[in-house]
Design a protein. Structure first.
Lengths: 360, 250
């Protein structure tokens, strides 16, 4: 277990060989032509971009006048409006609360990346974190002013949607995948119907059903909060997609593994937990990573049902008439946040996969 | 042979029939195995040898007849099947080790999660049995890093860790390169000397001669002949046994 993973050596080896990689760019007439073409394109694109984003850009003081005085990017707007973009229409005086939630969620996400932290305690930490997020954001106890979910917005909403949809959707996905392969016909049929329905409908329509139709169909007292409805819709949607990925992994496990587990006397759940799922999930990591990254980005679709995620709060910040509406800069800022989230998750999945490769 | 009650038998198989759909794979098999007895089962491919020993621990379910292991009835019902499996160790042709676990963890899985043995105790038992199959130095490797012969010896140790009353082997050396057959057979011979009750499906007639108390010949889902090895090889009675043994002689 303490053996050095040969895979961990790869990046360094690539770096050491970067001279060879350079040479390969020019080792044939076609490669020379292609490399020159790329270099020319870069030479044309990079200087103007640099001029716009840095040299001519407006930074401080963060006022509309600074932006008018500069021809380049209006970063002053981001500086002035970052709080509104990050936290939407959450009451100004209370923004420290979503700020703590964001720091907490991101901190816990980063902590969870370390394999040494994967213990039962981590699950408890996540449950505590989710309760704390609800208390901090919603208030109403401990002397915190109540803030309705209609006023929540920006990064904390995106993070909460992501964590709940994927964190809650993943265990459900495993159960759905197992049910779809079950020997009990009823379970198999139910799981198949659910998965195929969810995959057959666009996420937009599922969100609409959850947020608009549900209140029409249910008595008012039974209708959950709008955010909760969107959360459930995202969770079920993510679960259906992830279930099919997990099922693909389950199919890769040979029958002999089940037989060996059965011969030892292991029951169904122990066999799944100790023998089948560790192998099946490991096989599914690449496909699962793509699915999860798509789901992270899907959370932005909640804007159609009137929830303020990062993109919609960015849009509403742009509505301020005193600025000349620097949309490109705002979306670059928001894209950067999404990129960090998705790229970070991708790296996490990669390290997870590499760790498990040791055993191959 | 003196008639004994099935309760005192390690394995008692009485009138067992098994169908795969329309295909009648076992046609009324009877076999009683006394504690400590070593049985070798041979016969042509497709004769039902695997099916028979897999019915003992309910990896296959028989439709007719009764199988008991140490007096406990082995039947197609989760609780009963698990109770029997706890008493019966099995070694497969294709090893079926768990590739994501180390050799030691492979051996600890059953004791820890079936018998609820504490980790430290399970590890100690597992090390002891890895020593018995003579690969304690491989304990922290993964199955993929071992040779076929080593993997099969780990599979034997993994089964022994559950302290089974009966060991089943389904062609344990058929998937091995010739030079590795010997190390596995030697391990099995040592088990036999220790008085382990064994049912072994194999075509290794040397092993049968040396270790078996009885050799059983199966064909088309039936037991055609049962005899001590000297008699089985020296004077086979059934014509099909004679034909089968004739083919085996190089
Ligand atoms: N799962 C199965 N489904 C259908 N037929 C099977 C199955 N397993 C085995 N059989 C058939 O049953 C017969 C006995 O098989 P098996 O017990 O594996 O024979 P042996 O181990 O003696 O070679 C064979 O004809 C085989 O084709
Ligand atoms: Mg067979």
């Amino acid at each position: 277990m303490t053996a050095i993973d040969p895979m961990l050596e790869t990046p360094r080896r690539v770096l050491r060989n970067s001279g060879a990689a350079w040479r390969r760019l020019f080792d044939s007439p076609l490669n020379v032509a292609l490399s020159l073409l790329v270099l020319a394109a870069a030479a044309m694109a990079v200087p103007p971009l640099f001029k716009w984003a840095v040299l001519d850009a407006a930074f401080l003081p963060a006022t509309p006048q600074t932006c008018q005085a500069h021809a380049g990017a209006c970063w002053s707007f981001i500086v002035a409006k970052h709080s509104q973009i990050l936290f939407g229409i959450y009451p100004l005086d209370e923004r420290w609360r979503p700020a703590i939630v964001c720091v907490g969620l991101i901190g816990l996400l980063i902590y969870s990346v370390r394999p040494s932290s994967w213990r039962r305690g981590l699950l408890v930490a996540w449950l505590v974190m989710m309760v704390a997020a609800q208390v901090l954001m919603g208030g109403g106890i401990f002397g915190l002013t109540p803030v309705s979910t209609a006023l929540w917005g920006g990064l904390p909403v995106t993070l909460i949607l992501t964590v709940v949809a994927i964190g809650g959707g993943f265990p459900l996905a495993i159960l759905l995948a197992l049910a779809r392969r079950s020997e009990l016909p009823a379970l198999r049929v139910l799981s198949t119907i659910f998965i195929e329905t969810m995959r057959g409908l666009p996420l937009l329509s599922i969100l609409f059903i959850a947020s608009i139709m549900l209140p029409l169909l249910l008595p008012a007292a039974l209708v959950p909060d709008k955010l909760v409805r969107a959360l459930i819709a995202l969770l079920l949607f993510a679960a259906a997609y992830m279930a099919e990925v997990v099922r693909g992994g389950l199919q890769a496990i040979p029958r002999g593994q089940y037989e060996a587990a059965a011969a030892l006397g292991l029951g169904y759940w122990r066999t799944q937990q100790k023998v089948v799922l560790p192998q099946a999930l490991n096989v599914s990591i690449p496909a699962l990573t793509s699915t999860i990254i798509v789901m992270i980005k899907n959370t932005s679709l909640v804007l159609v049902v009137g929830l303020f995620d990062l993109i919609s709060s960015g849009k509403s910040a742009l509505a301020d008439p005193t600025w000349r509406s620097p949309a490109i800069e705002t979306y670059i800022f928001i894209s950067a946040i999404y990129f960090v989230l998705c790229f970070g998750f991708g790296r996490f999945a990669e390290s997870f996969e590499r760790r498990n490769k040791v055993s191959r | 042979m003196v008639e004994q009650s099935s309760a005192s038998m390690a394995v008692a198989i009485e009138g067992v029939h098994k169908w795969y759909g329309d295909y009648h794979a076992l046609r009324g098999v009877d076999l009683a195995v006394a504690p400590g007895e070593r049985i070798v089962i041979c016969g042509p491919s497709g004769s039902g040898k695997s099916t028979l020993i897999r019915c003992i621990n309910q990896l296959e379910h028989h439709e007719q007849g009764v199988i008991t292991v140490n007096g406990a009835v082995s039947r197609n019902e989760p609780k009963a099947a698990r109770a029997v499996r706890r008493e019966v160790g099995m070694v497969f042709q294709s090893f079926n080790l768990f590739p994501h676990l180390t050799v030691l963890e492979n051996c600890m899985l059953g004791p820890m999660w079936v018998n609820r043995t504490p980790r430290a105790v399970a590890a100690e038992t597992a090390m002891g049995l890895l020593e018995r199959v003579r690969i304690p130095d491989q304990a922290h490797k993964y199955p993929g890093q071992l040779s076929g012969g080593q993997q099969q010896r780990v599979a034997i140790a993994r089964a022994l860790c559950m302290n089974p009353k009966v060991m089943l082997f389904d062609e344990p050396t058929s998937a091995l390169d010739p030079e590795m057959v010997k190390e596995v057979l030697e391990t099995m011979l040592r088990l036999a000397e220790d008085g382990t009750t064994m049912l072994v499906v194999t075509h290794e007639m040397g092993f049968a001669r040396q270790a078996a108390d009885r050799v059983i010949f199966m064909d088309q889902g039936q037991v055609l002949e049962t005899a001590p090895p000297a008699e089985f090889f020296g004077a086979p009675r059934h014509p099909r046994t004679q034909a089968f043994l004739g083919q085996l002689i190089r």
